[in-house]
Structures are given as C-alpha cells and as structure tokens.
Write a protein that binds this ligand. Sequence first.
Ligand SMILES: *Cc1c(COP(=O)(O)O)cnc(C)c1O
Length: 433
Amino acid sequence: MTTAVTPQSYYGPHFGALLQQDPQIAELLVSELDRQRAGLQLIASENQTSPAVLAALGSTLSNKYAEGYPHARYYGGCSEVDKVEDLAIARAKELFGADHANVQPHSGASANQAVYGAFTAPGDTILAMSLDHGGHLTHGFKVSFSGKWFNAVHYGVTQDTEDIDYDQVEALAREHRPKMIVAGGSAVPRLIDFERFRAIADEVGAIFWVDAAHFIGLVAGKVIPSPVPYADVVSFTTHKVLRGPRGGAIVCKQEHAKKIDRAVFPMMQGGPLMHGVAGKAVNFAECMTPAYQAYARQVLDNAAALAAGLDRHGIRPITGGTDTHLSLHDLRGVGVTGVDAEARCDAAGIVLNKNAIPFDPEKPNVASGIRVGSPSVTTQGMGVEQMDAIADLMHRAITQTDGDPEHAVAREIRAEVTQLLQAYPAYPDPHAG
Ligand SMILES: *Cc1c(COP(=O)(O)O)cnc(C)c1O
C-alpha cells in the first residue's frame, strides 16, 4: 500500500487546519513547494532540509519561552525544552569536536553579532575580507552594524591567484593591530589556510574568528579541513550545505564559553526559537551518518564538475575552479553581465544569483559574475553527469536567450529542466495520489 503524498506530509498534521482557516497562506506554502520543485536550484547558500527537520520546525516547541540556558532558565515549564537543547549542544560538540557549543543564534548574522559582543567593544578594529572580494555584510561593511560600530579594515584576494592575499592579511594585521581577525565569506571557492590565519592572529594578539556559514556542512561531512582546532570561535548557519533548519550556531574554545553564552543571551537575543533548536538537534544527528558524509563528498564532486563544465563554455571560474560547494564565474568571456545572466537563467527555470567578482568593473547591482552551488541539486540525487548537462543548459540560457520566458530557446531549456527534475525531484510531488 502506498500513501498519497499531500501537502500535509510536508507541513504536518496541522496543515488541514491552516487550509480551512487561511487558504491564502496555505496555498502559498504549496505554491512555494511547487516553485522549489519546478526549477534547478543553484543558489549556493540554499538547500532542501529533511522532512524530519521540517517536522521539528512545525512543532509546538515554538510556543515555549526559554530565556536562559538549560537548567538555568528565566521561565518555568522548561523540562522538555531543556532536554532538547542539551541534545542539540551535545550533538554539535560531538559533530565538530568542539569544547563548547551555543545553539541559540536565530541566524548567521545573529551569531556574528554575538561574536562581536563577546570579544569587542564599539570602536575596536577588526580585520576581515572585503565584501567585493567575497566577504559578508556582517564583516564590517558600512551599511551593517559591524561597519557602523567598528573600525573595519579589509583584506582581499590577489589579482593573479584570485585567492586570499595572506601577505596582505599579515601586513594589515601588523599595521592595524586588530582586536579580532575573521576568515570566511560568502563567495570563497577555495579552502582557507586556517593555520596561517592563526599564526597571524597570535603574532598581533588578536582573537581568530572563523565565519564558517557557507562551508560548515563540508566540515561536518569530514570532506574539508575543520577550522575548529585553529579558531578561538567559529560561527555558522545551519541551513546552507549543512541542510538543517534556518538558523545559526557558535562553537568555541572552553575559555570563551561564558563570554559567548552571555553575548548570545542576554546581550543580543531574547528567548531562543526552541522549534529551531530541535531542528538543529535533528540535523546534527543526520550529519553524523555515513549517508551525510557521502552527500558532502558528492557536493564537492558536483561543484567541481559544474565549474569545469562552465569553464569549457568560456564561463571562467574565479581561481580556476573550486575546492568547496560553490564557484564564482566571470561572464566577460561571453559578454553578458551578471544581472542579465541571472534573469536569463531564471526565465529558463534555473535559479542562481549574480555576484561581483574580485576587481569587478561593474557596479554590484549589475556585476560581471554569477555564483553557483551544488548543495540543492546534490540533495536531489544528481551526480557529475547531470552537472555537465546543467552547464550546457546554463550556457545556452546565458548566450541564446534574452530574459523573456516566452523566448523559444528559454521554453526549450525549461522543458529539459523539467525532464531532468522528473528524475531527481526535490521532495515528492505533493499533488500526486
Ligand atoms: C549566510 C552568511 C551569513 C548570514 O547568515 P544569515 O542566516 O543570512 O543571517 C553570515 N556570514 C556568512 C559568511 C554567510 O555566508
């Protein structure tokens, strides 16, 4: 006997009540699921979390106030959520071999705020990767709290390797004596030399912080080196390659544990999102399985294959390739801007984002590049053969269409995307049966 898949399978036993009470929102939940299933999802920071994590997120743990930490709360009735958070913490420590874990940050940006709160005061100097070379808004960019409240000094990549300029990091650290040095970013395709960063931080007496938001899933899957032995503190998101619920977390050395906990609560946040904490616990357990490690390995192989496939079509990968789940591509070889490539791919059923490339002559809202990632399509079961097919589809969309969904070639590509997705669906069809 087979059970019919219904939206309820995804959105829990309460979906019927939602449908009855608020059909507008209920239908949007289903149409968003349809959207996720209908396109090729190549956004490097996205993934498709498991039904088990979705169940935790849709639970009554959302109702519970639990300010504080397990066994030291400001509210009664925390017996069950204490057990949930204890499990999430124990699993995070085991997964990453960390002394201490804080699983309460609401997001990556919230986790980063707590890192600043723990180690710096307004006006302090920090050293981080510049946004236009692959860093993140929260690393001292001027419109972010981090750029407004701190004196941010930025390093970048070298013109020839397009990889982190470690000599520049060292020179800037010696010159500015930052309180904190951060490694990590949102468009860094290569492995980071944590040992070199550690040595530079030690020389100038700085805290060494790794923002592993993007690549922590590859660390969890044991397919790239871990920053945990080197860094004072590692912040990350739980929803990117890691494939858990939307949220953040921090692991750190024991000596910093109290500082980090106080910075997350009460300095930056109020009550934790306990449904999210439960989702993180479920995800951390998933990440300790051989299946997840195989997934992480495939994410790497697929990213390398996609980067090489685009390279063959003249869409050059920055740094020449990738060691991670993402690659950044220079579109100038095919004479198309990032903004146009994003629109053309979108009209052809391929979802990705425009991205500035290092030393980009275009404004960020135009950009000369795109960023692509393999986490979602790998979750859907695709392998390197499908990456070659995707590179071909992308090249056609970028060079032979104009952003109009009715363009004949765009329609053709969409039909091929649909065919590919039939073999590798993101979640089963909720309308079947
Ligand atoms: C995604 C990301 C963040 C922010 O995560 P949010 O959950 O969107 O707040 C922070 N740092 C880096 C490097 C990221 O890639």
